[in-house]
Structures are given as C-alpha cells and as structure tokens.
Design a protein around this ligand. Structure first.
Ligand code: SF4
Length: 348
C-alpha cells in the first residue's frame, strides 16, 4: 500500500505543484473563493459559473481538492460539487431553507437532539469546502455559540441527561477548530461519564488531508470515550494518495472511520461510480456507512436523483460488491426518530 500511496501522492503533487508541507490553516487561507477563478484554473470558460448563487453561499475550494479535478472537463464530478451554477437559482416549492427542520430539533442554540441517546453539537460554521448541495447551506451559523465558554450551557445540558451516550460534533466542520480548542471540547465531553462515544463528522481529511496531523490523531485516539470519525466523500476520485494516507493514520491509531455520501446527479449516479467509491473505501479499511438521498435544500434541486433510480442503482451496486461494501441508502425526514432506510440493509 505504501508504494501505491507514494505514487498517488507524487502524481497529485506534480499535477498541482503543491508543496507537501503546507499547513492545513494555510491551505484554508489560500482556497479559491471566486467561481471565475475556479474555472480559469481548470481551463474552463468563466461563463460556466454563476456569481449570483455564490453570493449567499460562497465558493470555497482548497487547491488540494482542485488538484484532483480534470482540467478542461466541465462535467468533472468533483467540480460539479463545488462550482456555483445558474441552476441553483431555481427554487422549486418542495425545496426549503431548512429541509430537515433542524430549528425544531434545537434544544439550545447549536445543540440538536434529534435521536434517542445522541446529541449533536454544531461546533463551527466553517468548512474546508463549500458543497453546493449542503443541507445546511442556509443554516444560521451566526446564532450558534463559539468557544468553550459559550458551549458551557450545551455541555451542562448533556451532563444533566444520562440518556445521552453519544455526542456528535458537526458543523460546518468540527476539525476547523484549532487543536487547543478541540482538545478542550473533547476533554469536557470526555469528563461526562455517561458519554461513551464521540463522533466527529468531517470532510476536512478528504479535502485537506494534512489536517490529520500526528497531534490530531493522538488527540482522537486518547479519548476515554470511543472516538469515531465519519468522513464525507462522494466519488472515488476524491480519495487520492494523501487523503488515503490521512485516513490510514487515523485507522492505524485505532480510530474507526466511516464514510457517508450523498447521491448526486452528475457526480455518482451510476453503478460504476458507486462501485468505484465503495471498493476504494473498503480497500483502505473505511466502512461505507450511508448513501443519503438528497435533502431538498434551496439551491440544490439540480442534484436530485429520484428514489426509483436510486433503488435501481443500489440493486446494481449490490450485484457488484460484497455486502459489507454496500452503504445503507437512507433519507432523513424531519421529526422522524431515525434515518429512514429506503431499502432494507442487505445481509453481509
Ligand atoms: S463540508 Fe459538510 S457541512 Fe460543509 S458545506 Fe460540505 S456538506 Fe456542508
């Protein structure tokens, strides 16, 4: 595997002339924020981009992610996830600003309590990439507490409810927190005896793999509660050498890594794309967890794949890969006490 990782890493770096040691904060700072620039960097006409839709939800693409896109290809599956386009201005009636009605599940600012035994803390409004289909693209991040002192009320709530055995750190992306702050938060949660699992939902190791430093790896591996990392990757081309290396560092340290993906038109809506993603994940010890039906958030309608097609894709996938490589195809419905399986989970 080392040989493969090395050659993949080399080819990525050669393609984009990336310095291998750019720190993750610097990678965030130099990310592309202008849709026209994104097109120019890929030798594509700027007319492909739409500036209007980028006003509400800016384009944000790290060079590390750009390096995995094919220059000159307007249909590149990674580009489609991040480029603001004219179709985002369509607003069908069935699409809303808060498709999961999360504001109703909010027990305190930034603390959601949707499912039994689990609480979700919105730790940051920042992400390492802006995914155009994100169900939280209109989330009022300005209202959520930031910093340990501001989170105290949420921590007190969790400490006072012994039924909460698992805390999800979400956002935005919790790994955009600097290490001392993240360490403080994990430590505070770890001191609550009934919290047995910490789940970090993040896309950072996928888009900026150098975020998985030794310090971060050691921090996650050292918690009393079991730390799980759930990454978000939609296409096999996202899993290049540096990214797989970052995820291997976590797994080698004993931190389980799961992947969730969203079924997206023009990105992964083929059996071949889903198969390639699943096999690449399991080849590198990452468990495919969920394939989400698109949440109907305003601006994302052009990504929707209807469920009948999704079911056909899942049937095709199941014929191609072992059961443990088949993610569960689910939709999330506001007010439901769990994700809703769109089909029963196959036996391994
Ligand atoms: S990284 Fe996650 S939270 Fe951030 S924009 Fe993408 S899907 Fe949304």
């Amino acid at each position: 595997m080392d040989e493969i990782l090395t050659s993949e890493a080399d080819s990525v770096r050669a393609h984009c002339s990336l310095e291998p040691e750019v720190r993750w904060q610097e990678a965030m700072r130099r990310a592309i924020r202008d849709p026209g620039e994104l097109c120019r960097k890929l030798d594509l006409p700027e007319s492909l981009a739409d500036g209007r839709s980028a006003q509400d939800f800016t384009v944000f693409v790290p060079l590390e992610f750009l390096a995995r896109m094919r220059p000159g290809d307007p249909d590149d599956p990674l580009l489609r996830q991040v480029l603001s386009v004219e179709a985002e201005n369509d607003t069908p009636d069935t699409y809303s600003l808060d498709p999961l009605a999360e504001q109703n599940a909010s027990v305190l600012p930034g603390l959601l309590h949707k499912y039994h035994g689990r609480a979700l803390l919105v730790t940051s409004g920042a992400c390492a990439v802006h995914c155009r289909y994100c169900f939280r693209r209109h989330f009022p991040y300005q209202t959520v507490p930031k910093g340990l002192q501001a989170w105290q009320e949420a921590l007190d709530h969790i400490a006072a409810d012994p039924t909460i055995s698992e805390v999800l750190l979400s956002g935005g992306d919790p790994l955009t927190l600097v290490d001392p702050l993240l360490q403080s938060l994990l430590g505070a949660l770890d001191r609550i005896p009934h919290v047995r699992r910490l789940r970090i939902h993040t896309r950072l190791p996928i888009v900026i793999p150098q975020r998985v430093t030794e310090a971060l790896r050691d921090m996650l591996a050292a918690t009393r509660a079991t730390s799980w990392v759930v990454v978000h990757c939609n296409h096999a081309a996202e899993l290049d050498g540096p990214t797989l290396g970052a995820l291997a560092r976590l797994i080698d340290a004993g931190v389980p890594v799961l992947n969730q993906a969203v079924l997206l038109r023009g990105v992964n809506d083929s059996v071949a794309a889903l198969e390639a993603l699943s096999l690449r994940l399991v080849d590198h010890r990452i468990q495919p967890y969920y394939l989400h039906q698109l949440d109907r958030v305003q601006g994302a309608g052009h990504f929707e794949v209807d469920e009948a097609t999704g079911l056909q894709l899942m049937a095709g996938l199941r014929q191609r890969v072992p059961g443990y490589a088949v993610p569960q195809y689910v939709r999330e419905q506001p007010g439901e006490r769990s994700k809703t399986p769109i089909e029963p989970r196959p036996m391994p």
